[in-house]
Design a protein around this ligand. Structure first.
Ligand code: FAD
Ligand code: DHB
Length: 389
């Protein structure tokens, strides 16, 4: 088989890239290791920057989001005793959208189906070849047979554990990493959300986050120690802990119920460079991971897709390779801004096992600055809503 762009990974980055390319008349094939149901079953991101919202509309997968998503004009930051609101809309003129990654992925799959796009599921042993040549190709196994796709470019959209990044020679690849000594236990419950604006709560018992998906679906998280088994957390234990960490007025009106999903995600900051090696581009989690405090992961994947789509469009439609040459530098510059923001917000809001009284006072002072300074709020709002592309 031959295509113009071979996309490894059928998560949000790979599907969105394939959809945008299709609309511009550029051919692609998506290779995904898992089944569609598995990909759609992963509960992850929920908060979209305004740039991501615009990109989804441009990809013609914004209709359901615009009808059912929840426009979010502000966030609430909680300290030990009370919470305060940061009015993102008033400070930036822009809003976020609460719309689940699962819904985005569903709409992208539906759009790819409707347009006759090729997404090959359960593609095993996917391997890119000839990255530093003019004739790259990708091999994979399916149904006991080895297949080969010849292409012009390979987009590595295969997440943190994918094969793409590992195909860049060790002598070339530079990695930057920080592992945090805690994870997030997240639950989904069919209960009315305790708040319609995202709440980030810093408490001496640990961090907590209240988010939502719709009027009867809540998404809540608490910080837990690194390596904690999810089996240690009954629903009752989760609710008691969550309630203890959020401001009292919200705790009083929290509605609890059985959880329908419960999992623990480790927290890390990670970036690999360069984001392009010969004919291979790294996109989204394949190139970088941010801790979820700040809701940047999926949004960074979207901005990478935007830069790569524009680069490929200019290459094919205008015979202009400036975008291809500039992709790695342009995408990484935006990534590092979000990397800093996510690291800062994570560091301010969580309890660290070895933190001193001084460290705690510094955290409290950062939160107090955010509460009292419009300038500090404006800086935070600008980063939270996302830098323009
Ligand atoms: P992935 O979603 O990881 O997709 C990669 C795909 O590639 C997968 O389908 C995988 O099966 C496939 N694949 C892997 N290896 C191979 C291979 N060898 N061959 C073929 N296919 C392969 N981000 C936000 O912006 N906002 C949030 O609010 C937010 N909250 C989060 C909460 C949690 C608990 C977690 C865990 C993450 C959160 N994120 C958030 C991050 C966000 O979910 C990710 O950044 C996003 O999924 C990245 O998309 P991706 O397509 O790049 O990678
Ligand atoms: C959600 C996840 C986040 O990481 C975040 O910062 C805000 C909201 C969510 O799942 O809704």
């Amino acid at each position: 088989m031959r295509t113009q762009v071979c996309i490894i990974g059928g998560g949000p980055s790979g599907l969105l890239l394939s959809q945008l390319l299709h609309l511009a008349g550029i051919d692609s094939v998506v290779l995904e290791r898992r089944t569609r149901d598995y990909v759609l079953g992963r509960i992850r991101a929920g908060v979209l920057e305004s740039g991501t919202v615009d990109l989804l509309r441009k990809a013609k997968v914004g209709d359901r989001m615009d009808r059912q998503g929840i426009v979010d004009d502000g966030i609430v930051v909680g300290g030990e005793t009370h919470g305060f609101r940061i009015d993102i809309k008033a400070l930036t003129g822009k809003s976020m959208m609460v719309w689940g990654q699962t819904e985005i992925t569903q709409d992208l799959y539906d759009a790819r189906d409707a347009m006759g796009g090729t997404v090959i599921h359960e593609a095993e042993a996917v391997k890119p070849h000839g990255l530093d040549s003019d004739a790259p190709y990708v091999t994979y196994h399916k149904d006991g047979t080895e297949h080969r796709i010849d292409c012009d470019w390979i987009a590595g959209c295969d997440g943190f554990h994918g094969v793409s990044r590992q195909s860049i020679p060790r002598t070339v690849l530079k990695e930057y990493e920080r592992i945090y000594p805690f994870g997030w236990l997240g639950v989904l419950s069919e209960t009315p959300p305790v708040t319609h604006e995202i709440l980030y709560a810093s408490h001496s018992r640990g961090f907590a986050l209240a988010s939502l998906r719709n009027e009867n679906l809540s998404r809540y998280y608490v910080q837990v120690p690194q390596g904690e088994p999810v089996e240690n957390w009954s629903d009752d234990r989760f609710w008691d802990e969550f309630k203890a960490r959020i401001p009292g007025d919200l705790a009083d009106k929290l509605v609890t119920g059985p959880t329908i999903e419960k999992s623990i995600a480790p927290l890390r900051s990670y970036a690999a460079e360069p984001m392009r090696w010969g004919r291979l581009f790294l996109v989204g989690d394949a190139a970088h991971i941010v801790p979820p405090t700040g809701a940047k992961g999926l949004n960074l994947a979207a901005s990478d897709v935007h830069y790569l789509f524009e680069a490929l469009k200019a290459h094919y439609l205008d015979h202009d390779d400036a975008g291809i040459e500039g992709y790695a530098q342009k995408a990484a510059a935006r990534v590092w801004q979000a990397m800093r923001f996510s690291w800062w917000f994570t560091t301010v809001m969580h309890r660290f096992p070895d933190q001193s009284g001084f460290d705690r006072r510094m955290q409290e002072s950062e939160i107090r600055l955010l509460e009292t300074s419009k300038t500090a709020q404006a800086a935070m709002a600008e980063l939270y809503v996302g830098a323009p592309y």
